[in-house]
Design a protein around this ligand. Structure first.
Ligand code: OSB
Ligand code: MG
Length: 367
């Protein structure tokens, strides 16, 4: 049983090693809110808000998440005795959307719950893989720079490579990469930069045998994606369009995709992530875990989630050093020979480094 004593929110800002560029947004300084929930027995669980400072990827921001946590979600949780983290869905049932805010607090509860059960978060979620395969994302730049980056990541052992595309940079880019790496496990993420009018451009990509195209069409669409999937040989993977397990059910029913990307933040937490995972597994839709340029805390949650059996495709979970000079967790999260070991220690299985948090922390709020 978890009875909350306090929840501490740490607002931190870290600068990415190099700016992250996609078709819809640039990130140079990464703001995050770390959520530490301490219960009356003195055990702490950790979560992270993965929203950005502006609403370019989803409608949430760091500021909206802070408001939701402080004024609505934490007060709701503080009055409850929690037996299982799944309960948070009913505790939050009158709070619409705000998935990333909910996921951060739910993540802290999952970590705390696993720690109190003397289980790893992976085991608490029902995952039994001891290692997960690691993929990496190459941001938008010139084609020579991107191929150069890919060569470096190939050397580092990554198992899957993702590039960002848009109607301004697609066929030529993929052709350039394929010329140098004919058999690379390669995929492209469009972040909703196409419409059905671009169908010929998208069909032209079929010749390059990409593993999948991620989110070609609008975030709020699953109908046009179904039409597009019928015309494309390349599997479509949905990211932004899936924010609940109901969205996942409808997308599967319509045939809007053949693969799904799951990000706990986007779907409101690990409980909903698991539901989507289970649903996809029953319908033979493979899933992989997406990334949000997050710190080691959210990466640790992602690793635990990706230890579930239907995460059969390497996700966007890369070494912390891909984005950060210094990780917030110990030991540092590292891809070795394209794999990351799923920790066996209790909860997230990593120690949170308070000394590093302090270095990047702008403000602390205790509720
Ligand atoms: O390496 C990562 O963390 C994932 C990079 C990435 O593609 C991404 C990063 C931020 C927001 C959205 C996306 C995306 O998957 O669309
Ligand atoms: Mg994406």
């Amino acid at each position: 049983m978890i009875k909350t004593k306090s929840v501490t929110l740490y607002h931190i800002t870290q600068t990415l090693k190099s700016p992250f560029i996609s078709s819809i947004g640039h990130v140079t300084d990464r703001d995050s809110i770390l959520v530490e929930m301490t219960d009356v027995d003195g055990v702490s669980g950790w979560g992270e808000v993965v929203a950005f400072s502006t609403p370019w990827y989803t409608e949430e921001t760091i500021a909206t998440s802070f408001h939701l946590l402080k004024d609505i979600l934490i007060p709701l949780v503080k009055t409850e005795s929690i037996i299982h983290p799944d309960q948070l869905q009913s505790i939050f049932k009158h709070v619409k959307r705000n998935f990333m805010a909910k996921a951060s607090l739910e993540g802290a509860v999952w970590d705390l719950f696993a720690k109190k059960q003397n289980k790893s978060l992976a085991h608490a979620l029902g995952g039994d893989k001891t290692e997960i395969e690691s993929g990496v994302v190459v941001g938008i730049s010139s084609i020579p720079k991107m191929t150069e980056q890919i060569s470096q990541y190939v050397e580092e052992g990554y198992k899957r490579f993702k590039v960002k595309i848009s109607p301004h940079q697609d066929i030529e880019l993929i052709e350039g990469i394929r010329r140098k790496f004919p058999n690379l496990p390669l995929m492209a993420d469009a972040n909703s930069s196409y419409s059905l009018k671009d169908i010929d451009r998208l069909k032209a990509l079929d010749q390059f045998e990409l593993m999948m195209i991620e989110q070609p069409l609008a975030a709020d669409d699953i109908v046009d994606h179904a039409k597009l999937q019928q015309k494309l040989a390349t599997p479509i993977c949905l990211d932004e369009s899936i924010v609940t397990s109901e969205d996942a059910r409808k997308a599967i029913e319509l045939g809007s995709c053949r693969v799904m990307n799951i990000k706990p933040g986007r779907v409101g937490g690990l409980t909903e992530s698991k539901k989507i995972h289970d649903l996809c597994k029953n319908h033979h839709i493979p899933v992989w875990c997406g990334g949000m340029l997050e710190t080691g805390i959210s990466r640790a949650h992602n690793i635990a989630l990706a230890s579930l059996s239907n995460f059969t495709i390497p996700g966007d979970i890369s070494s912390s050093s891909r984005y950060w000079d210094e990780d917030l967790v110990f030991p540092e999260i590292k891809t070795v020979n394209g794999k990351i070991t799923v920790p066996s220690g209790n909860g997230i299985g990593f120690e949170v480094r308070r000394d590093v948090i302090e270095k990047y922390c702008d403000s602390v709020t205790i509720i």
